[in-house]
Design a protein. Structure first.
Length: 332
C-alpha cells in the first residue's frame, strides 16, 4: 500500500484529524456552540463567559480525551504485539475489568487504606492485580510465558472481575453511582483529573516507544527473537507492566472504554504496516483523534443528556470491526 511506503502522508492526515477533532470538541457541544474567535480570546487572555467555559470545562476534558484515547490504543497494540494475536486488548486480558472492579470495591466497601486511596491508585492496583493474575496463570513463574496461555488466562481473569463488579452493582445501592463511569464517560472531568493522568500516560508512551524495536524482533517468533539476543519472556513482562500503567491510568479517569485498544491498532496497520516504530505513534494519534470525535458526538446524540462515550465508540467501532474481520478473512 502507498501509505506504508510513504508514512509522512498518513501521519500528516492523522495530525489534521486529531487537530480538527480537538478544536471541534473544544468549541462544539450540546449546550453552548462557540466560535473560533472565542478560542482566540481564550488564548489571548481575555476573560469572558465563553473563554471561561473553554478554559475551565472543555479544555481539560478534550486533553483528557486525547490522552485516554492514545493510552488505550497503544496498550492494545502492545498486547497484540506480545501475544501475536489480533484480538488481544486490555479488555480481553482483564486489565480494564480489574481496574474497574477494584474502584467499585473501594467505593462500596469500607476497606482500610483502599477506600481512602485516590481513584488513580485504586484503578492502578486493580489493573496490576489483573495483570499479575494473568502472569501467574499463564506460567510466568516458570519462565515459560506463552502467548496462547496468556490469552486463555486473560479471558478467565476478565470474566472473574466482570462477575465481581456486576455482583457489587446488584447488592450495593451505592455502586449505582458509578454505572455511568463503568460505561465509559468523560463527564465531569477537570484539571485535577488531567494532573493525575498525564504523567502516567507520558511515561507509559515513552517506555513503549523505547521497546518498539524489541517488539519488531518478537514478531519474528520467540526463537528468532532469542537468537537475536532478546528475551521474549522478559520483554512480555516489561510490556505488560507498560500496559497496566497506560490502561490503569486511563480507566481511572474515563472508565473501561472498549474497542479503542482492539480496533485502532488494526486501522494503524492499514496505514503504516507492522513496524512498531511507526505503528505505536500512529496508533496513539489515531486513538486520540477517535476519542475526541466520539466525545463530541456523545454530547449531541441525546440532547440534553450526554451519551457515554464508550457507547458511542461501540456504535462506531462494531460495524467497522465486522467489516475489517470479513476483509481479513477474504485475504487470509
Amino acid at each position: 500500500m502507498y501509505f506504508r511506503t510513504q508514512p509522512i502522508l498518513p501521519l500528516s492526515l492523522l495530525f489534521l484529524l486529531l487537530a480538527s477533532g480537538f478544536v471541534t470538541a473544544l468549541l462544539g457541544g450540546s449546550t453552548f456552540n462557540l466560535q473560533l474567535r472565542h478560542l482566540w480570546e481564550a488564548l489571548s487572555g481575555n476573560q469572558t463567559l465563553a473563554t471561561e467555559l473553554i478554559l475551565s470545562l472543555r479544555l481539560p476534558r478534550v486533553l483528557i480525551a486525547s490522552a485516554v484515547g492514545a493510552a488505550l490504543a497503544i496498550s492494545g497494540a502492545l498486547m497484540q504485539g506480545i501475544t501475536r494475536n489480533p484480538l488481544a486488548s486490555p479488555t480481553l486480558f482483564g486489565i480494564n475489568a480489574g481496574a474497574a472492579c477494584l474502584l467499585v470495591v473501594g467505593q462500596t466497601i469500607s476497606i482500610p487504606l483502599l477506600s481512602d486511596m485516590p481513584l488513580l491508585i485504586q484503578t492502578m492496583l486493580g489493573a496490576l492485580l489483573a495483570g499479575a493474575a494473568v502472569f501467574l496463570l499463564s506460567g510466568g513463574t516458570t519462565g515459560r510465558l506463552h502467548p496462547s496461555r496468556m490469552i486463555l488466562a486473560g479471558v478467565a481473569v476478565n470474566a472473574l472481575f466482570l462477575a465481581l463488579t456486576r455482583t457489587l452493582l446488584i447488592l450495593d445501592e451505592q455502586a449505582q453511582s458509578v454505572v455511568s463511569w463503568l460505561a465509559g464517560s468523560l463527564v465531569d472531568t477537570d484539571w485535577t483529573h488531567w494532573q493525575q493522568l498525564w504523567p502516567a500516560v507520558l511515561l507509559g508512551i515513552s517506555v513503549s516507544l523505547l521497546l518498539s524495536q524489541k517488539l519488531n524482533l518478537l514478531a519474528l517468533g520467540d526463537e528468532a527473537a532469542a537468537g537475536l539476543g532478546g528475551s521474549p519472556e522478559r520483554l512480555r513482562l516489561q510490556v505488560s507492566a507498560v500496559v497496566v500503567l497506560l490502561a490503569g491510568s486511563a480507566v481511572a479517569v474515563s472508565g473501561p472504554i472498549a474497542f479503542l485498544g482492539l480496533l485502532v491498532p488494526h486501522l494503524a496497520r492499514l496505514l503504516v504496516g507492522q513496524d512498531y516504530r511507526m505503528l505505536l505513534p500512529t496508533t496513539g494519534m489515531l486513538g486520540a483523534a477517535l476519542l475526541c470525535w466520539a466525545d463530541y458526538l456523545s454530547r449531541l446524540l441525546i440532547f440534553p443528556t450526554e451519551t457515554p462515550v464508550g457507547l458511542v465508540l461501540a456504535l462506531l467501532g462494531a460495524p467497522f470491526f465486522i467489516w475489517l474481520s470479513r476483509r481479513q478473512g477474504r485475504t487470509a
